[in-house]
Design a protein around this ligand. Structure first.
Ligand code: NAP
Length: 498
């Protein structure tokens, strides 16, 4: 098959030890906006293929880690070029496989290209630091070295960006990689892997193994040849995985759930704050780890905010993301859709007041997809499940509070700590908020969503285990650090040893 037809194919092969293979089983890949459409068939690998991929990565490691970092970076720059060239194929695949709107999918590809560019540049940046030694005539420094074989396990909600921002730093740091995408997004996973592979990676340096979490994923975490695991996904899976990684002595990074608050203070620009809240709550169908799922509003502006939010939510057109007039797509699959519909019942039962949405939208073709109306519940309080648990769907809980301190307490009153935002014109309150809010990413007068490639990404509390991702933190995670002392006289007496 020519490279072009291999890119345009919607079937998915695994890539192990430099070969594209069909795998032991094939599964249909279904469009969540129209379940009558089978996009293509995907290889579904098992433990045997996972082991083969790990062994291939181990064989490829010595040569790859010896490859000069600038040369590794140059291969990533070629991957940047390919991702730019294939951007529309990637975006279309994401729409059909994950349900994003085309606009959102194009944005995600752009974000991935930037993350890839940043990491390609890491091939020419410092890998350590020279420091003065207390011992005379001693050259002392520390240096980063690759971990070895690493596993990358990703969710379906950013099926291009998350694999890209993990694979790129792993490779430029000199590791060899086994990548498992989420089972519902194998096609975008394959297209990402293909940009790296076609850029000229040597055989076995990047292996792509679509397959189940309990089999392929479990092997990628438990196998003792693997020295590091980078995971993004749910708390339920991530915490088990972190324990397993610790038991098998590997470095581990888990980025997990969120329950992100938008705080609207009395002096906020209400129009901007409401726009940002709608964007954060319903963009990507609420299926972002940084989605706004709670909006905490000062009581003096509460009625106006609720009215505007309800009107804004009702105006969002729901449907197949390939239709350019559509602003919100479906949930990714039946399981996620059922979770969303269940939480609507939970919110009703807990006494929240429905002001927009609350069910499945009606309209031609919508009956074949996993659609929910953009839903807003008002009069919520922090004792409700809808304000505490991650839904991962288009449901927004509005919580009234009296003043800044009550808003901050509500914002911090959850187990998660990924992102948060405050809308205010008061510099002092904005600064107090950024100081005291318990999250890894905080915005002032901006939506809760988003993150730039040169800044760290990730959360505190139950959201995150291990080091942050992105920025220079990406390469740091995928590195061991070694302290080196060189007595360059080879004769000096050692003094001041503690
Ligand atoms: P998930 O169910 O936890 O799955 C994530 C990945 O783990 C998938 O590839 C999955 O494979 C795999 N997996 C499942 N069981 C495994 C096991 N026993 N061992 C190893 N791997 C296993 O999460 P999801 O539903 O795909 O994603 C949604 C979640 O991701 C949400 O909670 C969201 O907040 C979180 N998320 C967090 C961030 C962040 O940066 N904090 C970013 C994006 C998403 P299968 O698909 O085959 O089950």
């Amino acid at each position: 098959m020519s490279t072009q037809s291999a890119i345009e194919s919607t079937d998915v092969l695994a890539h192990i030890d430099g070969e594209w293979i069909a795998g032991p089983e094939q599964k249909p890949n279904i469009n969540p906006a129209d379940t009558r459409e089978i996009i293509g068939m995907s290889a579904h690998c098992g433990r045997k293929e996972a082991v083969a991929a790990i062994e291939a990565a181990a064989r490829a490691l010595p040569a790859w880690r010896e490859t000069p970092a600038p040369k590794r970076g140059n291969i990533l720059f070629e991957a940047v070029r390919l991702m730019k060239e294939r951007a529309e194929v990637l975006a279309m695949a994401m729409c059909r496989e994950e349900g994003k709107t085309l606009h959102e999918a194009r944005g995600e590809v752009q974000k991935s290209i930037i993350a890839l560019e940043f990491n390609a540049g890491e091939g020419r940046r410092p890998t350590g630091q020279v420091v003065p030694s207390e011992m005379g005539r001693t050259f002392a420094y520390h240096v980063r070295q690759p971990l070895g074989v690493v596993s990358i396990i990703t969710p379906w909600n950013f099926p291009v960006a998350i694999p890209t921002w993990k694979i790129a730093p792993a490779l430029v740091a000199g590791n060899t990689v086994v990548f498992k995408p989420a089972s519902v997004t194998p096609l975008t996973g394959r297209l990402v892997a293909q940009c790296f592979i076609d850029a000229g990676l040597p055989r076995g340096v990047l292996n792509f193994v679509p397959g189940g979490g309990g089999t392929v994923g479990d092997e990628l975490v438990g196998n003792r040849t693997v020295r590091g695991v980078s995971f993004t996904g749910s708390n339920e899976i991530g915490m088990g995985l972190a324990r397993q990684a610790l038991e098998t002595r590997k470095k581990c990074q888990c980025e997990m759930g969120g329950k992100n608050p938008m705080v609207i203070l009395a002096d906020a620009d209400i129009e901007l704050a409401v726009d940002a809240t709608l964007q954060g709550a319903f963009g990507s169908t609420g299926q972002r780890c940084t989605a706004t799922s709670r909006v905490i509003v000062d009581r003096s502006v509460y009625a106006e905010v609720v009215e505007r939010l309800a009107a804004g939510a009702k105006a969002i057109k729901v449907g197949n993301g390939l239709d350019p007039t559509v602003k919100m797509g479906p949930s990714v699959d039946k399981g996620q859709h059922n979770t969303v519909l269940d939480y609507i019942q939970v919110a009703h039962a807990d006494g929240a007041k429905l002001v927009a949405g609350g069910g499945r939208p009606q309209g031609e073709g919508l009956e074949h997809g996993f659609f929910t109306e953009p839903t807003v519940f008002a009069d919520c309080h922090m004792g409700m499940r809808i304000t505490q648990e991650e839904v991962f769907g288009p449901i927004l809980a509005v919580v009234p509070v009296d003043g800044f301190d009550a808003a901050l307490e509500a914002a911090n009153g959850v187990a998660f700590g990924l992102s948060a935002s405050v809308y205010t014109r008061d510099l002092v309150l904005a600064q107090r908020f950024t100081d005291a809010i318990e999250v890894g990413i905080v915005h002032v007068n901006n939506p809760t969503v988003g993150g730039e490639a040169q800044l760290p990404f990730g959360g505190m509390k139950e959201t995150g285990v291990g080091q942050r991702e992105m920025g220079t933190f990406g390469v740091d995670f995928f590195s061991e650090v070694k302290a080196v002392y060189v007595d360059y006289t080879a004769a000096a007496r050692r003094t001041n040893i503690y």
